[in-house]
Design a protein around this ligand. Structure first.
Ligand SMILES: Cc1cc2nc3c(=O)[nH]c(=O)nc-3n(C[C@H](O)[C@H](O)[C@H](O)COP(=O)(O)OP(=O)(O)OC[C@H]3O[C@@H](n4cnc5c(N)ncnc54)[C@H](O)[C@@H]3O)c2cc1C
Length: 414
């Protein structure tokens, strides 16, 4: 008797979720595994860090998302091993066999071996790191308000963000606005002219993947928000009190947010596969492992090149399209067909710099300012999972917009 093929998906991020959904009507059994019980909308993590949104507004339990999908079972746990020859994965000490495997484990922060940076720096990768950053930022304003020594106070109010990519740019803009519009009201006796937001970028440009006119617009919009931009500037070291730059300059600061590096998740290093830059797993054009065609790798963990030979970026849009493509390939394979090569359709670029300020490249046209910002708001609300979350985010943003408030200004115990 023919058994129903079993598809195991590791990772309920953008890529894994899309594969699972694409198999809803297929004659297969799906096991979706994640070490967290929720799917996280990472592009809005910085909003949690700057007290704009609650973690629950950008995350959704996986079991809720798939309540109605009868052919899917969710298992929470961390996959520690993959045996491609015998086709099983190890999870919490037990073994799960598969007919087809999808590795969609995403990425993690790359500190490039900087031990002290990893210890003292802040990152935005998961809910814990974003809440930790929020608690730290808000606590510093409380401490600064009670600090009599001007030098110490300035160090508390100097915020350094490293990495001029979209996440660094968004975080810097949002933090500058938090200080100007919200903290200024909450701390009327604190001289916030002493506060500085610095954005460090090693290359000559911010958001280097974007066209030149948008890079310049981003630079201009951030400068209008008083963000100090240091281009061609490398961070050499950070010890929790002081940032040392490549040219020897030292900046006294109790906050360094690191957004300058991403690499493939740890599992990629442990399963004996060929890795390319940033530890990403090299795959065939069909997103299969060349030596183990029953296994697919997608999203941030996969190294795939486009038509020009450049690696596809670590973006949710890539992960989603690859998830859809792999679901299609698996449906074909179980029906006796073949997997098809993946082709990325670039939907454009979008990044926000704050209130009424964003940059966008859509259908070959560049926008900046209010129009780009409205597109950004609409798209992000549309893409958040869960109707309740969409409403909550919409309400929060509308409130913040009209009343200049960031509503989640809570310092919580970690
Ligand atoms: C702060 C930030 C801002 C971003 N902004 C944007 C943006 O504006 N636009 C954009 O397009 N992209 C943005 N990105 C990138 C985007 O979030 C990623 O490209 C996307 O999440 C990749 O999807 P994925 O499915 O490959 O991985 P992820 O979404 O990271 O999902 C991977 C999942 O695998 C799970 N996992 C990992 N290892 C294991 C294991 N061993 N066992 C079980 N489960 C495991 C994780 O818990 C996670 O749920 C941003 C990322 C960050 C961090």
């Amino acid at each position: 008797m023919k058994t129903t093929p079993h598809i195991v998906i590791i990772g309920a991020g953008f890529a894994g979720l899309e594969v699972a959904r694409g198999l809803a009507k297929a004659p297969v059994r799906v096991t979706l595994i994640d070490k967290h019980n929720h799917h996280l909308f990472q592009p809005l993590l910085y909003q949690v860090a700057i007290a704009g949104l609650l973690p629950s507004q950008i995350a959704q339990p996986v079991r809720t998302i798939f309540r109605r999908q009868k052919n899917l079972a969710f298992q929470m746990g961390e996959v520690s091993e993959v045996n491609f020859d015998e086709r099983f994965v190890k999870l919490n000490g037990s073994v799960i066999a598969y007919d087809y495997l999808v590795i969609a484990v995403g990425g993690c922060t790359n500190f490039f071996g900087h031990q002290t940076l990893e210890e003292h720096g802040f990152q935005l990768k998961d809910i814990e790191s974003a809440v930790r950053t929020r608690n730290h930022l808000l606590s510093l304003f409380e401490k600064a308000s009670a600090e009599g020594d001007a030098e110490k106070r300035k160090a508390m109010l100097t915020f350094v963000i490293v990495g001029g990519g979209p996440t660094g740019v968004e975080t810097a803009g949002a933090l500058a606005e938090l200080i100007e519009h919200v903290m200024a009201k909450d701390f009327p006796r604190l001289n916030l002219d002493e506060a500085r937001v610095l954005l460090l970028e090693a290359s000559p440009h911010l958001i280097s993947a974007y066209p030149d006119e948008l890079r310049r617009a981003t630079h201009h919009l951030l400068r209008k928000k008083n963000v100090e931009i240091l281009l061609n500037t490398k961070m050499e070291n950070y010890d929790g009190q002081r940032v040392t730059l490549g040219n020897g300059t030292k900046i006294e600061s109790q906050t360094l947010i690191w957004t300058a590096g991403v690499k493939a998740a740890e599992l990629a290093d442990r399963i004996g596969v060929e890795q390319a830059s940033a530890g990403r797993i090299r795959v065939a054009p069909t997103l299969q492992l060349a030596r183990h065609p029953q296994a697919f790798v997608i999203g941030d963990a996969a190294f795939v090149v486009d038509g020009n030979g450049s690696p596809l970026p670590m973006l949710s849009t890539v992960a989603i399209q690859q998830g859809k493509a792999v679901a299609g390939s698996i449906r074909r394979l179980v029906a006796g067909g073949e997997a098809v090569p993946f082709r990325y359709k670039d939907p454009g670029l979008l990044a926000t710099v704050g209130r009424n300020a964003a940059v966008a490249r859509i259908f070959g046209l560049s926008f900046s300012g209010l129009i780009a910002w409205l597109i950004w708001v609409a798209l992000h609300i549309y893409r958040i999972i869960g109707f309740r979350n969409r409403l909550a985010v919409m309400f929060n943003w509308a409130w913040d917009y009209f009343f200049y408030e960031n509503q989640v200004r809570l310092i919580t115990r970690e």
